[in-house]
Design a protein around this ligand. Sequence first.
Ligand code: AMP
Length: 189
Amino acid sequence: MRIAVYCGAAEGNDPAYLRTAVRLGEWIAREGHELVYGAGKVGMMGAVADTVLRAGGRVTGVIPRFMVEFGWCHESLSECIVTDSMSDRKKKMCEMSDAMIALPGGAGTLEEITEVISWQRLGLNDSPCVFFNEGGYYDPVREMYTRMTDRGFMEQEALEQVLFSAEIDEIDRFIHGFQGRGRTASGGY
Ligand code: AMP
C-alpha cells in the first residue's frame, strides 16, 4: 500500500512526537508499504522518511517547485515528484495513496488532512483517513468533529470514516478493514 503521511516540518517540543514518527516509519517499512509524503528533510517529516529509508523501504516525496528552490527537499528519496503548486502536490499525494495519516504537526498538517477528509465526503477520495493521536494531540479536533456531527453539519457515517488513534495495531486494522463508498469522482478538485 502507499501511505500518505502528513506531519510537521517542526518536531514539536516533546520527544514523544519524534518517537511516534519513527514508530510509524518502522511500521510502514515492516509491512512493505511505501511512504508518500511532502519530501521535507526536517522535523517530523525528515524523521519518518529517514526511518523508512534506513529500514530499506520505499519513499516517494511530492514537493512544489518553490520548496525545491528553497533547498527544502530531502536528497535521498527513492523518488521525488516536483509539482507546480501546493494544490498540485496535495492532489497528487491523494491520487497516489491508499490511506492518509496525519502525525502531529502544525497548520499545514491540519489543512492537508482536513482537505482529504473533505474530499472523502465529496467522493473525490475513497481512502481511509487517520489522525495519529499521540498523547491526545488531536483530541480538540476530534471534539470539533463530534460537535459538527451533534449540530448536524457532518453525518455520523462520515465521522465514523475517520479514525483518531495512537495505536499502530488499531490503525493497521482500520486501514485494512476500511470500506469506502466504492466510487471516486474524478476531475472535481
Ligand atoms: P506544518 O504542519 O505547519 O509544519 O506544515 C507542514 C507542511 O508545511 C508540509 O506539508 C510542507 O509542505 C510545509 N513545510 C513547511 N516548512 C517546510 C520545510 N522546511 N520543508 C518542507 N516542507 C515544509
